[in-house]
Write a protein that binds this ligand. Sequence first.
Ligand code: AMP
Length: 177
Amino acid sequence: MSLTLSQKIDQTVTNVADFPKPGIQYKDITPLFLNPQLSQEIIDAFIEKAKGKVDIVCGIESRGFLYGIQLAHQLNVPFVLIRKAGKLPPPTIAQSYDLEYGQATIEVNSTYIKEGDRVLIHDDVLATGGTAEACAKLVEKCGGKVAQFSFIIELDFLNGQEKLKPFSDDLVSLVHY
Ligand code: AMP
């Protein structure tokens, strides 16, 4: 029997215990990139869910860039990078958010997202949702509207979905753990 896309991803992604900190089960998605056919299937699945709904794709640094730009350009829409503070040249707009210890800040070019744009926010893993939530706030500060969130992997037990619902209830995750 042929495997579903979720099963193929599950069998390809590597679990690394206690990385980068004790107690974290790290999902290493880099083996997906060794397989062009599976990578195209992943992009096709994201396209199927997003087509006709988005004007811009925003990818979250750095693993959100990898399929994000291919997804955007195959949808024939612009791709915008959301990066950690200090990496993008001006003009930028910033959003801070809380981490387990301390704070982080992300930035985006303040001219790329236009008033009323329907934005897809894309990343590799949805964990607590703090990063994607900060991106959604950034998109709204620019005048955009979050049309969809998409992730390769969602860690259901961390309830990241709850943080994202106020921005959009259209959330795509190809594999759940
Ligand atoms: P969060 O803000 O908690 O949803 O974390 C999301 C960001 O952290 C994403 O950009 C992921 O790449 C990364 N991340 C969080 N948890 C994991 C994990 N268990 N394995 C791999 N990446 C993770």
